[in-house]
Design a protein around this ligand. Sequence first.
Ligand code: MEV
Length: 309
Amino acid sequence: MSKCSAPGKFILFGEHAVVFGKPAIAIAIDRRITTSVRRADEFMVNGYMMTRRHHAYISAALDQAWNGPPVAIDTVSEIPPGSGLGSSAAVSVSCVGALLSEKNGLDAERIARKAFEVECVVQGRASPTDTSTSAHGHGVLVSPERLDGFLWKVEKGERVWNIHHCDIPELTFVVGHTGIHAGTGPLVAKVNELVDGSGDARRAIDRIGELVLEGVESLRARDKAALGRLMTENHDLLNGLGVGHPALESLVEACTGRCYGAKMTGAGGGGSMIALTDDPVPVSDAITSAGGHAIIVKVGAEGVRAENA
Ligand code: MEV
């Protein structure tokens, strides 16, 4: 029997553009998925026979990290599925971690690589942002160039992503979940189509890439006003890429004037938004009044770790 947990995350800047090789910053949060693995007579997930259709991430994780006898896999999640908070990355990372730790200790880089392959198989096109953040924890800067704090490099086709540790100062974020489940794969495909056919969309991707690097400087300077302005700009650019949703817009609007800045986070199309604030309770109340589910999160959580089985 082995047991591992891995954190969810939110993307502070750069979602979607990162799939095209631009930089992004993601932050691990204090909401985790725990996966346990034990020998069994048949492959089971949470008490049910495993099927590829119903357990896409776990089946793909077994393909990547297991060629042994049948196992029963159980997951316990603190992360709403489809919320943009990295539940699929956390399930992939914790499952690969639990499967590999039957044989070896925990190696965050190896786990991150295999979990990225899991997301690619299930979602089609993906970047290693979510899986590397869940494996490493803390904050992660993904960039086409190798910079200070380098952890590992991930390559797929012509794309190269360098994964770096990113120090995250003490900041307070409120997550507002719309309750609308949006699949990442179709949204990534939609942006891909737009970028192929439109110069404006390509320019939006380029500008997102630039603002991520401005975000790195603002994080270093702990300049919350600048971070808030960049969040708002990133949100508007994502809306221009067609991944917004009216429910996200009403949560962002409800926070406006109560926080430094707010933006959708993750794939969009529903899912969640984040707001940066010093005063989380009124922001959380505003999100709830606008029909969202508010979570005040602690940032910079530990990455994949073994749990007592
Ligand atoms: C999803 O959390 C982030 C996206 O950029 C997709 C990815 O990076 O794989 C939309």
